[in-house]
Design a protein around this ligand. Structure first.
Ligand code: ZN
Length: 131
C-alpha cells in the first residue's frame, strides 16, 4: 500500500455476498442462520433470483470496519464450501466489485456493466451514521 491516492479512499463498511445454487441452497440457508445469530451483522434474506451484478442466487450481509477482522476470519473457516465475495463500500461500486474485491472460494463472473456507481442508503451498515 504505497499509493497515497488509494489510501485516501474512504471505506464506509463492507458487504459479503454468499452465492448458492439449487443444490447448495440448504447449506446457504443454514450458514445465513448461523451468521445472523452469531456475528452481529446485518443479514438480508436469500435472493433466489439474479440481482444487480450478481448473476446467480446469493444472500448479502453488511458489516462495519470494526467487524471486518472477526467476520472475514470466521468466513474463511466456516463458509461451508460456498463462494463468497467480500467488497468494501467506497464511492465507486464498480471498483468495489472488481479491483477492491476479495474472494473466498471461486470468483463468480459479475455483470459489472449493469451496476450504478453509487449505493443506495440502505446498502450501508446502519451503524455508519453513529460513527
Ligand atoms: Zn454488495
Amino acid at each position: 500500500m504505497t499509493d497515497t491516492a488509494e489510501q485516501s479512499i474512504k471505506i464506509d463498511g463492507y458487504h459479503a455476498h454468499v452465492y448458492f445454487n439449487p443444490s447448495t441452497r440448504a447449506r446457504a440457508a443454514q450458514l445465513r442462520e448461523t451468521i445472523s445469530a452469531t456475528l452481529g451483522v446485518e443479514c438480508r434474506e436469500l435472493s433466489d433470483e439474479p440481482r444487480g451484478p450478481h448473476p446467480v442466487p446469493q444472500f448479502r450481509f453488511t458489516f462495519t470496519d470494526s467487524q471486518f477482522q472477526a467476520t472475514v476470519s470466521w468466513l474463511m473457516l466456516n463458509r461451508d464450501g460456498l463462494d463468497v465475495l467480500v467488497h468494501p463500500l467506497t464511492n465507486n461500486s464498480y471498483d468495489d466489485h472488481s479491483r477492491y474485491a476479495i474472494w473466498l472460494g471461486t470468483p463468480v463472473p459479475l455483470k459489472l456493466n449493469t451496476m450504478s456507481r453509487t449505493y443506495r442508503p440502505e446498502q450501508y451498515p446502519t451503524a455508519r451514521s453513529a460513527i
